[in-house]
Design a protein around this ligand. Structure first.
Ligand SMILES: Cc1cc2nc3c(=O)[nH]c(=O)nc-3n(C[C@H](O)[C@H](O)[C@H](O)COP(=O)(O)O)c2cc1C
Length: 248
């Protein structure tokens, strides 16, 4: 195998008919010293490591502009064929939040107490201390529901395929959460399943499917979170693995 050095470079020539291609523009990353790179990485890790899912919120207002910023940040995510198959639906109307709470608690109660969740799942949730009750859905100033766009439409109204929708929306939601955290806001990745009630309450079309509901605001004064540990690097990474020897 050819040994690579940090000075090696490859340039990818764009392919495809030029009138169908985007115009191509130069791209450069910020010039930083090794030390700056490391300290930025460490600072970002430390900041993200402080992020926690919050289930107790205050009703303190959050300006709409901050929610817009988080959605714009989410929308910078990479996506299959750049289809950006996501819609972020933002709700501040107390009546709609009330409807969402009622519907979410109805579904969650069936899941937790009506036998829809298998015992193994309920057991996995025990350390986190969740229940079917979701009062925070009415307390928070904002709820944002991320919808995946299963398919889009061509100008003539025919269906237009989207690609890697699950992966794309997952990436967008990750950036959304990171942005909220960076702005000093709190959220919860919430999936009150089945989530179909959200399409109905929020009047979303058939080509959109709700995937995650984010209550957003400030933690309650007395908010607590489970003191959980994150897996260490050794457990979540494998470095330069060798292929298995053939014939074993
Ligand atoms: C896809 C997904 C769905 C989740 N659904 C719920 C949920 O419905 N209710 C809840 O309280 N937490 C939910 N969580 C939050 C997890 O419990 C939480 O991320 C995990 O316990 C780790 O805690 P942390 O986010 O504070 O690091 C969900 C997380 C993910 C990634």
């Amino acid at each position: 195998m050819r040994k690579t050095t940090s000075e090696d470079s490859t340039s990818a020539e764009p392919v495809g008919e030029s009138d169908k291609r985007y115009p191509f523009v130069p791209y450069r990353v910020e010039k930083l010293s090794e030390e700056e790179r490391r300290s930025r990485g460490e600072a970002f890790f430390a900041e993200m490591d402080r992020r926690r899912s919050v289930r107790g919120f205050s009703s303190r207002e959050v300006p709409r502009e901050l929610i817009e910023l988080a959605i714009r940040t989410a929308s910078t995510a990479p996506s299959g064929a750049h289809r950006q198959p996501w819609r972020f639906v933002a709700i501040s109307d107390p009546e709609v939040k009330r409807q969402i709470r009622i519907a979410a608690e109805k579904e969650e109660r069936i899941s937790y107490e009506g036998g829809r969740m298998p015992p193994e799942w309920l057991e996995a949730l025990l350390p986190i201390g969740t229940s079917w009750r979701k009062p925070y859905l009415e307390t928070v100033p904002w709820i944002v529901v991320a919808f995946e766009e299963l398919y889009g439409f061509n100008p003539d109204g025919s269906k237009r395929k989207n690609y890697y929708v699950k992966e794309s929306i997952g990436l967008a939601c990750g950036l959304f959460i990171a942005s909220l955290h960076r702005m000093g806001l709190a959220t919860l990745t919430h999936t009150p399943s089945p989530m179909k009630f959200l399409s109905h309450i929020l009047g979303r079309p058939k080509n959109e499917k709700p995937v995650i509901l984010f209550p957003i605001g400030f933690p309650a004064e007395d908010a607590t979170v489970p003191d959980l540990l994150r897996k260490p690097l050794e457990e979540v990474s494998i470095w330069d693995p060798q292929p298995e020897p053939e014939g074993d």
